[in-house]
Design a protein around this ligand. Structure first.
Ligand code: SGN
Ligand code: CA
Length: 512
């Protein structure tokens, strides 16, 4: 009797001590690797026809690939504000790239911090106010620079020599290795500038793809027929809107006037290179540029050349991102951290790689609505699995909180997709998705909202009250709107109802 009591007491004591310790050490770490403007079409795990990303693919091979991850507002700062808060733009206050994020509001890093996580953010931030909810932050001011970038810290600004993608990884690794407390779980956001416009490749990648022709997308010469007027009025065409000294890396002539915008952009990019970097850069571009100038291309041949220059530089910057993902993954392997660390790879939105003749993003069309999302979580996510449910950047905070065992606040509009990571989709998961782009400015994309279902998409350009309806099954490239067609009357009515229902449920204010 007495020994049974003793055993009970001993076991009870052990449990009361052991459970919290066990729970603490088993909470997963989180590495959120985030790039800027990385199209899923440029990841081989997504079936890229144009490049190979072996390290990013490893996350897919050892984890889950999401085929329908969508953003609520396809532009940089708004997407980042959604990820901080789990709320749509109209509730988090960042509707466009100009607005300042109110860092006093609830964010998922703050909630993780309160639960005992160490938190850090390195690289592109772009929310205008200082990061809040992070034990360590070192972020690019604004868009940041590709070469020899400045990075802001609470005490001021540091200039780092070298290439931004490498530097962001160096800082991430330094924090992991030397600065964090190894006894507590961590969440670090390692956020690249690349492959954002400017598309300046790193010194080792300047000649990658030389002598090759990258395949063109089917809609490079889209004529925007059978669409509402905004598709024709945009200013993001490879043929018409690329800037010589900036996008196309053509050195401005020596007598260019100082106030020329082309020259200013050239100086903001190439102008940051030190002498050694310039020698490597010039050796790579000057022979190619001389050949181009000698060829005197016009019309479609010129568009095709611009596409090749654009896509190769874009993919070169991604090659460096991929190398650096490899560095992070190797570090996790070598330190044994890999086993209990969730690795996420995603981007702030998708991007046009010549589809519809475009670069940039913003539209509710597929290439910019969808974003890459790969998640590795050893012991939880089945290796090499895929998911086709409509998940969103809106769901990232709820998911990461849930994975960390932290309650998800009721006012977050996103929902945890941890069940999907375990291979089970809840029966009541969303079957339709609300999208809203607000910005008026560069690239002249008209504000619009809409609803996406598994098969259809309804878009409203409310300033001109124009509509588009796409049947993605028969028209995956979205080149023929069937809005108003008699054969789609029922579908159209159902989508209109659904749009109204979603707006009500999500508390979207009426458009002024
Ligand atoms: C810059 C780019 C635009 C880009 C926006 C937003 N022009 O203004 O092409 O759409 O950023 O990008 S550039 O001449 O400065 O390169 S975002 O990713 O920050 O939203
Ligand atoms: Ca972006």
């Amino acid at each position: 009797m007495r020994s049974a009591w003793t055993r009970t007491i001993v076991v009870t004591l052990l449990l009361s001590v052991a459970i919290p310790v066990w729970a603490q050490t088993s909470r997963p770490n989180i590495i959120f690797i985030f790039s800027d403007d990385h199209a899923y079409q440029a990841i081989s795990a997504y079936g890229s026809r144009i490049n190979h990303t072996p390290n990013i693919d490893r996350i897919a091979r050892e984890g889950m690939r999401f085929e329908n991850a969508m953003v609520t507002n396809s532009i940089c700062a708004p997407s980042r504000a959604v990820i901080q808060t789990g709320k749509y733009s109209h509730l988090n206050g960042v509707l466009d790239n100009m607005q300042v994020f109110d860092g006093s509001q609830q964010t998922f890093p703050k909630l993780l911090q309160q639960a005992g996580y160490q938190t850090a953010v390195v690289g592109k931030w772009h929310l205008k106010s200082e990061p809040t909810g992070f034990d360590y932050w070192e972020v690019l001011p604004g868009q940041g620079a590709y070469y020899n970038p400045d990075l802001r810290v609470p005490a001021g600004q540091n200039r780092h020599a070298g290439y931004v993608t490498d530097i962001i990884t160096d800082l991430t690794l330094n924090w992991l290795e030397h600065e964090r407390d190894p006894d507590r779980p961590f969440m670090v956001m390692s956020q690249h500038k690349a492959p954002h416009r400017g598309w300046m490749p790193g010194p080792e990648r300047l000649t990658l793809y030389d002598g090759m022709m990258i395949p063109e997308p089917d809609t490079l010469f889209d004529d925007y027929a059978n669409r509402a007027s905004p598709a024709r009025l945009q200013e993001m065409e490879i043929g018409r809107h690329m800037i010589d000294g900036h996008d196309l890396k053509l050195k401005p002539a020596p007598n260019t006037p100082e106030d020329n915008p082309d020259l200013r952009l050239w100086l903001a990019g190439y102008g940051r290179l030190d002498e050694g970097q310039r020698r490597i850069w010039d050796a790579a571009y000057e022979p190619k540029n001389a050949a181009f100038l000698a060829a005197g291309l016009e019309g479609r041949a010129l568009v095709r050349w611009k596409y090749q220059r654009y896509i190769k530089d874009y993919l070169r910057t991604i090659a460096s991102v991929d190398d650096n993902v490899g560095r992070l993954l190797r570090y996790l392997d070598e330190t044994g951290l890999a086993e209990n660390t969730i690795v996420v790879y995603s981007s702030d939105q998708g991007f046009y790689l010549g589809e519809h003749g475009w670069f940039d993003k913003r539209w509710m069309y597929e290439e910019s609505l969808k974003t890459p999302l790969l998640v590795r979580w050893p012991g939880v996510v089945a290796a090499g699995s895929t998911n086709t449910d409509m998940v969103s950047n809106l769901d990232f905070p709820a998911t990461l909180l849930n994975a960390a065992g932290v309650d998800v606040p009721h006012d977050m509009q996103g929902r945890s997709f941890v069940p999907m990571l375990r291979g089970e989709t809840p029966a009541d998961w969303r079957k339709s998705f609300y999208y809203h782009y607000y910005e008026k400015g560069i690239h002249n994309v008209a504000p619009h909202e809409g609803v996406r279902t598994e098969r259809h998409k309804l878009i409203h350009y409310y300033e001109t009250d124009e509509w588009e309806l796409f049947d993605l099954e028969v028209d995956p490239n979205e080149i023929r709107s069937v809005y108003g067609a008699a054969s789609y009357a029922e579908t159209q009515a159902a989508l209109l109802d659904e749009l109204g229902r979603l707006k009500k449920a999500l508390q979207v204010p009426d458009i002024p």
